[in-house]
Design a protein around this ligand. Structure first.
Ligand SMILES: [Zn+2]
Ligand SMILES: [Zn+2]
Length: 70
């Protein structure tokens, strides 16, 4: 899978959630809202391995909740 090159790094972009198809904005960087979410390193690595972009807030919250249950 090819990585996108972002000319406006740090600026929020409209992306489609790879998990549910919902459109949301993502900073695609350390400045992104998702960087402030309480993701475990394991979950972060799992997402990075599968998706080029972040997933939406709904999916992210669900993944965090699911991981807590394990
Ligand atoms: Zn989603
Ligand atoms: Zn993001």
């Amino acid at each position: 899978m090819t990585k996108h090159v972002h000319s406006h790094e740090g600026e929020p972009e409209t992306v489609t959630c790879p998990m549910c198809g919902k459109v949301f904005t993502c900073g695609l960087s350390k400045l992104c809202w998702c960087a402030t979410m309480p993701l475990s390193d394991k979950l972060r690595a799992w997402l990075a391995e599968r998706y080029e972009t972040c997933v939406c807030m709904t999916c992210l919250v669900r993944l965090i909740e699911e991981e807590k249950k394990e």
